[in-house]
Design a protein around this ligand. Structure first.
Ligand code: PMP
Length: 401
């Protein structure tokens, strides 16, 4: 008999499992709005033209070798990634107060950051928003942090529960870690305003909480890389410390290349140097060093002014298409006279709409209309097109009437 005979079948991942179910459905009208991956108007995955160009340059460069990268990854990539999120003229960069390491996309950056905090930070409690990306509690628990939540979303207004957020962070113990979505909050699509961010910043600093930013959608929310980094930059501008996990999955379409970065902003250059030395000890036994290809693409694009511009244009086009899908879905529901206030579809930000549909309504839409989404009613707007909006609107209409 197998030594593994007693192993029980594990459930599918709540997000990636949606795609597994979708793939099994033979219906020609099936629609996958589960996973947060960009699709074109034709419903196809998109490789950015600028990424293809960069890959050509990389492949044609005969001087490139396949040696190991350093434990911390590609130095150029790290420097440029810090500039992208903190701003080209960030004093923290000029003062060498930031330790940046290349990691395995956003998830890997969060995990390395969490492992570092468990080893070297005095408080092991992290507060995450309620709700949040389903992998957050798992990543942090596996790293050894204790996970608590703070109120974030108000189902009544389908907006931010700002009072609840302030109360919960206000009563968190001093020194606790706070996870903040830099922009385009997943799954709700609800972000604080600039004024609310300033309030949050003052509270976080006055209580000595440690902010850990998850930046998985820079440029995807507004179409502007700078606008989407404002929250992070406010926290760095006050001279205080924070962590930031960056992902290039969405904004450069590099999902499967697993390219991202973890930055730890410190008070002094001396501290940052020691922090980086310890990050190496976290990474080495985990995966030794990161892969080359994705980071080469990012660095190639960042180092060429023309390619960088092309990237920002292609990124803006993706963001604009998503925004136009919001308007089209909203208009389609209005045209059908679907009961309820659907203005949150156009108000929410980023890749997802948190529809407010409940588990039963979602299940009926999957059964009757072959539309797949997470059971919390989150739909990926990036998976929609002008062609599929009417089908989705019909399904929502049927589910709520
Ligand atoms: N954080 C959030 C909020 C996300 O939505 C995602 C992607 N779904 C990630 C992190 C990490 O994604 P990746 O590891 O593919 O960069």
């Amino acid at each position: 008999d197998s030594v593994f005979a007693n192993i029980v079948q594990a459930p599918e991942d709540p997000i990636l499992g949606v795609t597994v179910a979708y793939n099994k459905d033979p219906s020609p009208v099936k629609l996958n709005l589960g996973v947060g991956a960009y699709r074109t108007e034709e419903g196809k995955p998109l490789v950015l033209n600028v990424v293809r160009r960069a890959e050509q340059l990389i492949i044609n460069d005969q001087s490139r070798v396949k040696e190991y990268l350093p434990i911390t990854g590609m130095a150029d990539f790290n420097k440029l990634s810090a500039k992208l999120i903190f701003g080209t003229d960030s004093p923290a960069i000029q003062e060498n107060r930031i330790a940046t390491v290349q990691c395995l996309s956003g998830t890997g950056s969060l995990r390395v950051g969490a492992e570092f905090l468990v080893k070297h930070y005095h408080n092991r409690t992290i507060y995450i928003p309620q709700p949040t990306w389903g992998n957050h509690p798992k990543v942090f628990t596996m790293a050894g942090l204790s996970v608590k939540s703070y109120r974030y979303y108000d189902p009544a207004t389908r907006g931010l529960n700002f009072q609840g957020l302030l109360e919960d962070l206000g009563s968190a113990p001093s020194g606790a870690i706070v996870l903040l979505h830099a922009c385009a909050h997943n799954p709700t699509g609800v972000d604080p305003t600039t004024e609310q961010w300033e309030h949050i910043r003052q509270l976080v600093r006055s209580k000595g909480l440690l902010p850990f930013f998850d930046s998985a959608y820079q440029g995807f929310a507004s179409g502007s890389l700078d606008t989407d980094a404002q929250s992070v930059r406010m926290f760095v501008a006050d001279g205080g410390e924070c962590l930031a996990a960056q992902s290039y999955a969405k904004n450069m379409g590099l999902y499967g290349e697993r390219v991202g970065a973890l930055s730890i902003v410190c008070r002094t250059a001396d501290v940052a140097t020691r922090v980086e030395s310890q990050l190496k000890l976290v990474i080495r036994p985990m995966y030794s060093n990161p892969p080359i290809h994705g980071a080469s693409i990012v660095a190639t694009i960042f180092k060429d002014r023309d390619m960088y511009t092309e990237w920002t244009i292609e990124l803006k086009a993706m963001a604009d298409r998503i925004i136009s899908m919001r308007q089209q879905l909203f208009d389609a529901l209005r045209a059908r006279g679907t009961p309820g206030d659907w203005s949150h579809i156009v108000k929410q930000i980023g890749m997802f709409t948190f529809t407010g549909l409940n588990t039963e309504q979602v299940a009926s839409m999957t059964k009757e209309y072959h539309i797949y989404m997470t059971s919390d009613g989150r739909i990926s707007m990036a998976g929609l097109s002008s062609r599929t909006v009417p089908h989705l609107a019909d399904a929502i209409h049927a589910a709520v009437t």
